[in-house]
Design a protein around this ligand. Structure first.
Ligand code: G3P
Ligand code: CA
Length: 324
């Protein structure tokens, strides 16, 4: 009897502790999030320069962005590099330099050879050309490291850092979340800083990874949960958003989710979550007639649908949308 009462009290105490730690995390997430409407350059100014490279980031700074968005992958020697794909062949000359290193992964139905980032050391990846696939004028551009990207953006723009496939890295025994936080710690950037011109936001499609960063690793950096167009896990419902609020400062939904159901923005704002949809894009140089429709679309999202920022390949056009 006494044991049963003790057990019940212990459970209640644990529940209170859990609720307290969640609400503290939620409160901190809101406090640490950026406040004004923001322009976030997707993989840099990637409509005009090779995605996720230093030239694309430099161009984004020149266009006056608030943040650069980029993707992280982990090399064989556990270094963080900036690359969207898990494999190197789409955006580099890896097939030419390392023809024998491609492989068909178990279960890959396409049966195509691929060159996985985690099969290569940083020194090997640094030999690759990540610019020529876009144009000869970008020949010699390398895959940047996370550190190079932190350095180049210092004082110029903030970071929307996307952890790509953290669950897969975890399954391979690589603690990607700890690697990222440790690198930020070495740069004295692991804590929110309201005064810096280069604030940090971390995002991922993996809710598990975001929750781990907030609750297990106890980071107070603002986190955004990315959701795909089909939102198959139901994050963009009232209940889903309330759940996300326990560990996130914001959501980055596919833009179609917001245009199909604009109420998402109201629900998110009621909870104190910021909303930064992706990806607004046009190959403006090739199709100048698309510039005005894209500007109008971003303007509609910012001022009619009232989102907090746009993630775009065309930060120059976003600048015009914000100015009007
Ligand atoms: O920031 C949102 C966007 O980057 C997510 O999609 O595939 O371009 O990384 P993806
Ligand atoms: Ca991304």
């Amino acid at each position: 009897m006494v044991l049963a009462i003790l057990k019940r009290s212990l459970h209640s105490a644990l529940a209170v502790l859990l609720i307290f730690s969640y609400s503290t995390t939620a409160q901190q997430q809101t406090q640490n999030a950026p406040s004004a409407k923001t322009i976030i350059a997707h993989r840099g100014a990637s409509a005009y320069a090779p995605e996720n490279t230093l030239p694309a980031f430099r161009l984004a700074f020149e266009m006056g962005v608030d943040f650069i968005e980029y993707d992280l992958q982990v090399t064989k020697d556990k270094q963080l590099v900036v690359l969207h794909d898990q494999t190197l062949e789409r955006t580099t000359n890896v097939e030419e330099l390392f023809p024998a290193r491609g492989r068909i992964a178990a279960g890959d139905k396409s049966e195509k050879k691929r060159w996985y980032v985690y099969d290569f050391t940083l020194a090997e990846i640094k030999k690759l050309d990540a610019g020529s696939w876009v144009g000869v004028n970008f020949k010699g551009t390398s895959v940047p490291t996370f550190q190079e990207t932190l350095d180049i953006a210092r004082g110029r723009a903030g970071h929307f850092i996307e952890l790509k496939v953290p669950d897969e890295y975890n399954a391979r025994g690589v603690d990607m979340e700890r690697l990222v936080l440790a690198q930020l710690e070495r740069n004295n950037r692991a804590k929110p800083d309201s005064k810096t011109r280069s604030p940090i936001v971390i995002q991922s499609f993996s809710a598990r990874s975001m929750e781990k960063i907030a609750t297990e690793l106890k980071s107070r950096l603002p986190l955004h949960l990315l959701t795909s167009a089909d939102d198959k896990d139901g994050w963009l419902t009232r209940d889903g958003l309330a759940k996300a609020k326990r560990f996130c400062a914001g959501i980055s939904p596919h833009r179609s989710s917001v245009s199909n159901n604009p109420e998402i923005v109201t629900w998110a704002h009621e909870l104190g979550l910021r909303v930064t949809p992706y990806t607004f894009t046009t190959i403006a140089a090739a199709a100048p007639q698309e510039t005005e429709p894209l500007r109008a679309e971003m303007s509609r999202f910012l001022y009619t649908l009232k989102v907090d920022g746009v993630i775009t390949d065309n930060p120059d056009i976003a600048g015009k949308a914000k100015a009007k």
